[in-house]
Design a protein around this ligand. Structure first.
Ligand code: ADP
Ligand code: MG
Length: 326
């Protein structure tokens, strides 16, 4: 795979007063250039922590404890993101990688029009082009996300629906023409129709502009429909990774199988839906051995004693389970 980003043995900690929380443990994952990669997993599994490390915006007091995060531009030496200085980060963010944070819609300033916010952001990033040129750029970006520029530019955030605000935020993320955009649960607060519409817009931007995307979601059916690759996280670890068709068809990891089995729009017979029993792991108190064993329907005694290695398959997929081939 031609990777634009390589996370290699990444550990991310939140050092708290009395203890240190290991939010991401030893994750190695490649993000494919020009493709859509999704990260799935229950809330608290480390998706936001891992992806925000890519622009070094982990929330306080998070730190990359060890590992490497390589950004591989075309025809250039890989950039070691974990080593960038604050000054280097300023030009790396937005220009190479931009991020639409979770609940980004509420990040719009309520007392400024969309146009004022676009222009302000452009100026902050040193854009000194004439006003008419800037405005044309705004219009172009709003058209990418299927919004009517004449109406939207003069609107205040309260005049827009949730889906429209989210599309404005996506347009924002494209402002400096990044190579990769990260979208953290971009449609969680929206209705199903709007969700699907936004994903089809993202897919179109991905295809037409060749922008790589890393999307966090807990909606497996969206992943099946729109993503090329998928990583499955649990308790801060990467349990499975691969091309969507391989991961969903082969269901190598019992947790992946559980996630798929719990998704109504993939399992067509509603009576066959089975939620994963038990509760997500307490990250401060992870079980010995495989982190998933207490909830695993295939549990064997050895799962409790030994942490599984990550097995890499000929199709390029990876899976962290002792019972592979079960
Ligand atoms: P996800 O995005 O998959 O829901 P997160 O990356 O937000 O997961 O969280 C991973 C773990 O890190 C969780 O246990 C969460 O409580 C913890 N965590 C996230 N942000 C902070 C923070 N700023 N301080 C302390 N712990 C945090
Ligand atoms: Mg999150």
């Amino acid at each position: 795979m031609d990777a634009i980003v390589r996370f290699q043995n990444v550990h991310i900690d939140y050092p708290l007063k009395k203890y240190t929380l290991h939010a991401v443990s030893d994750v190695s994952i490649d993000i494919a250039r020009g493709k859509i990669t999704a990260l799935v997993g229950e809330s608290g599994s480390g998706k936001t922590t891992l992806s925000s490390a890519l622009i070094r915006c982990i929330s306080e007091p998070g730190v990359i404890a060890s590992g490497e995060i390589l950004f591989c531009g075309k025809d250039e030496e890989p950039i070691h993101v974990e080593k960038l200085t604050e000054k280097e980060l300023q030009s790396f963010r937005w220009k190479r990688v931009s991020m639409v944070f979770q609940a980004a819609q509420s990040a719009l300033n309520p007392v400024m029009t969309v146009k004022e916010q676009f222009l302000e952001t452009m100026e902050e990033h040193g854009d000194t082009s004439p006003a008419a040129q800037k405005e044309n750029r705004c219009k172009e970006l709003l058209e990418y996300v299927k919004l009517d520029p004449d109406r939207i530019l003069k609107a205040y955030p309260h005049e827009l629906s949730g889906g429209m605000k989210q599309r404005v935020m996506i347009a924002f993320s494209l402002l400096l023409d990044p190579d990769l955009i990260i979208l953290d649960e971009p449609t969680t607060a929206l209705d199903v129709i709007t969700q699907s519409y936004i994903f089809s817009i993202l897919k179109e931007i991905n295809r037409e502009k060749g922008i790589s995307m890393l999307i966090m979601t807990h909606d497996i059916s969206i992943v099946a429909k729109f993503a090329d690759y998928v990583g499955v996280m649990y308790g801060g670890k990467l349990m499975e990774f691969g091309a969507v068709r391989d991961v969903f068809k082969k269901r190598r990891h019992p947790y992946t199988e559980g996630l798929i089995g719990a998704t109504p729009s993939i399992i067509h017979d509603i009576s066959a839906i089975k939620p994963i029993e038990g509760t997500p792991p307490d990250i401060m108190n992870l079980p010995e051995g495989c982190v998933f064993w207490p909830r695993c329907v295939y549990f064997e005694e050895r799962c409790r004693q030994q942490e599984p290695d990550t097995v890499v398959y000929p199709d390029g997929s990876k899976c962290k389970c002792l019972l592979e081939g079960r």
